[in-house]
Design a protein around this ligand. Structure first.
Ligand code: IPE
Ligand code: IPE
Ligand code: MG
Length: 246
């Protein structure tokens, strides 16, 4: 078996790595189709690619990784595919939890979790509870996540606080609003990676991505590995992040 070096590639600058990387893992279906396989095989391969990326982020000293696993719009897919994905998430969580504990990963799920299958919710709760004291990489999985839905639920919660007299409208600023989002405990993503060439956000982290650097690769998600991640980071380190200044 080939052993993979845990070292950060020499051409990357440790001090200028993104603190938080977000990924839109797209192209599982196309990956399978190209091989004449059912789409679900692509999803299964996609899990392996995510596992590898998580380990790579951990090895290279990235603080947080957020992966888009299922959008609020993905319910519109054939129900066989949706059912497969829900069962896959549950199986993978059960299978990987022990290893995540050993690797000190802190996992959390964001999205409207209350409508997920109850057995999946049980695994989600278990994994979040078990890993919450871990001090390694913050791994966030967006499941039944929609950026607009997230902003609406934050707005409703804030409106309730105002209605009950706990908050004044003029106290609502960016910092406060951010605390009502699912991602209150992580910094905004510095780098967004989308695989399979699509140039859109697809309702992912709309608020948090205000100043993310965007990297799009034609590589399909199941083929996304260390070399592709290395390329994305090299590209990121060439960028001049101006944040509106000159
Ligand atoms: C991304 O791959 C995985 C999910 C959305 C769950 P797709 O399933 O969207 O793959 P393509 O875009 O059809 O190739
Ligand atoms: C975005 O991919 C959602 C996930 C990766 C979970 P989609 O394949 O659903 O996005 P669109 O439909 O191409 O915008
Ligand atoms: Mg897609």
């Amino acid at each position: 078996m080939q052993t993979i070096s845990k070292e950060l590639p020499k051409d990357l600058d440790q001090k200028r790595l993104p603190r938080h990387v977000a990924v839109i893992m797209d192209g599982n279906g196309r990956w399978a189709k190209r091989r004449g396989l059912p789409r679900i095989i692509g999803h299964r391969q996609g899990v392996d690619a995510l596992k590898k990326l998580l380990r790579c982020c951990d090895d290279w000293g990235i603080e947080a990784l957020t992966a888009y696993a299922f959008s609020t719009e993905n319910w519109g897919r054939p129900h066989e595919e949706v059912d497969f994905l829900m069962a896959l998430f549950e199986r993978v969580l059960m299978r990987e939890l022990q290893e995540m504990m050993e690797e000190n990963v802190r996992i959390q799920f964001v999205g409207n979790l209350a409508v997920l299958p109850p057995s999946l919710q049980t695994q989600i709760d278990r994994s979040m509870n078990l890993t919450k004291e871990n001090t390694g990489i913050q791994f966030t999985v967006a499941t039944n996540y929609g950026g607009r839905q997230e902003i609406l639920q934050a707005t409703r919660a804030i409106a309730t606080q105002v209605q009950q007299g706990h908050l004044k409208p003029e106290e609502i600023d960016e910092a406060l609003f951010s605390r009502y989002l699912y991602t209150a405990n992580v910094c905004d993503p510095d780098l967004l990676i989308r695989s399979s060439g699509e140039m859109r956000l697809s309702n992912f982290l709309l608020w948090q991505m205000a100043y993310a650097e965007i990297y799009i690769t034609d590589v399909l998600w199941p083929d996304f590995g260390r070399e592709q991640f290395h390329k994305a980071l090299s590209d990121y380190q060439q960028r001049n992040r101006r944040f509106g200044k000159i």
